[in-house]
Design a protein around this ligand. Structure first.
Ligand SMILES: *Cc1c(COP(=O)(O)O)cnc(C)c1O
Length: 344
């Protein structure tokens, strides 16, 4: 075993569970599931699923078949729904063999699923996002009618905006519910939950807000930050007035400065857009990032925390709504790009 790396992603599990409960409450009579695709939005799907299953969550959504694999021993595979559905006969056979719930997105996928014997599946209906899903006009096909549908779902294109498309999608989703027999209906992602009871059905599918993202103002006081990127100070240096920092010396000290070289860089997902802009936290002290973000390092001003030295840890200021506003990256990107070198 090699020594522990100098960066870790601290996960506040209590905040994660709190956020799920908030979204479950906002879901009214519907139950909240959890979107855990892309390794739980980068936080570690096993950890997320374990915590949320413990809190009572009973429906988990991944995108790829390979994302279901690490979860098979944690929860009943029948509670794992695979959003991309079967692309090949092998995918369908895998779903069947493990008892996973494929999301059927087209007549072709329905046929693949029926070819391996069918069984309980979910059905994605396209009501206007024009991404994955069976078009409304194909819902009356005999192949779709042969499915045994648990969750009849659709996905909102603009849940985080007040636009007429939301109402249109609800109406189409309701029409689809009248056309295809199913056990449960689902429409809302995180932001969709806040649009109200019309959008709830039996099951909601929050993702980003579970992990500390705030997709709409109504949630800003309720959602807690979950993911905290932390990294160690590798070296402390004394700068003189006129010294530049990092590639291309985009920061030049105008006075003597004590700075720390921190083990966090763009290879870890702390992208160059944080150059001369990021902040790391040490207790109450806010330490600005000086100069360019390198692949493996940033340099921070230690003036506000003179007690810090080599081997001490700092936390990147990574509250998602503010980090998104500062960088122009979406809250989703900020989480999912965090790299493999973090200990999770
Ligand atoms: C990712 C995803 C979700 C979760 O969306 P958030 O905006 O993260 O809450 C729900 N449903 C589907 C189909 C998704 O792909």
């Amino acid at each position: 075993m090699s020594p522990e790396p100098p960066l870790r992603l601290r996960i506040d599990e209590a905040a994660l569970v709190h956020n799920w409960r908030v979204l479950d409450r906002w879901s009214g009579a519907a139950r909240a599931g959890a979107a855990v695709k892309a390794d739980g939005y980068g936080l570690g799907a096993r950890r997320v699923v374990h915590a949320l299953a413990g809190a009572g969550c009973e429906d988990f959504f991944v995108a790829h078949w390979a994302e279901a694999d690490p979860l098979l021993d944690l929860v009943d595979p029948a509670t794992i729904s695979v959003l991309h559905g079967p692309l090949t006969a092998d995918d369908a056979a895998y779903a069947k063999a493990h008892g996973l719930r494929p999301v059927i997105n087209s007549v072709q996928q329905a046929q693949l699923w029926l070819n391996v014997g069918g069984g309980l599946c979910d059905l994605m209906v396209d009501t206007g996002i024009n991404r994955l899903g069976v078009p409304m006009a194909e819902l009356n096909s005999a192949v779709i009618a042969a499915l045994t549908v648990d969750v009849l779902m659709s996905h909102l294109a603009s849940a985080d905006e007040a636009v007429p498309l939301n109402g249109l999608q609800v109406e189409r989703w309701k029409a689809a519910r009248g056309l295809v027999p199913h056990r449960r209906a689902s429409l809302a992602n995180s932001a969709g939950i806040i649009l109200g009871a019309d959008y709830h059905g039996d099951l909601t599918r929050p993702g980003i807000a579970l992990y500390g993202g705030v997709p709409c103002a109504a949630l800003s006081n309720e959602i807690r930050q979950v993911a905290f990127p932390e990294a160690a100070i590798l070296q402390v240096r004394a700068l003189r007035a006129g010294d530049g920092v990092g590639y291309n010396a985009t920061f030049v000290a105008d006075r003597p400065l004590r700075v720390g070289v921190v083990s966090l860089g763009y290879a870890d997902g702390y992208l160059r857009c944080w150059s001369d802009k990021g902040i790391v936290l040490a207790g109450k002290a806010r330490l600005p990032v000086l100069g360019r973000v390198s692949m493996d390092m940033i340099v921070v001003d230690l003036s506000a925390a003179p007690q810090l030295g080599e081997g001490d840890w700092v936390t990147a200021d990574y509250a998602l709504p503010e980090a998104s506003a500062r960088t122009g990256l979406s809250q989703y990107e900020l989480l999912t790009l965090l790299g493999r070198r973090f200990v999770r």
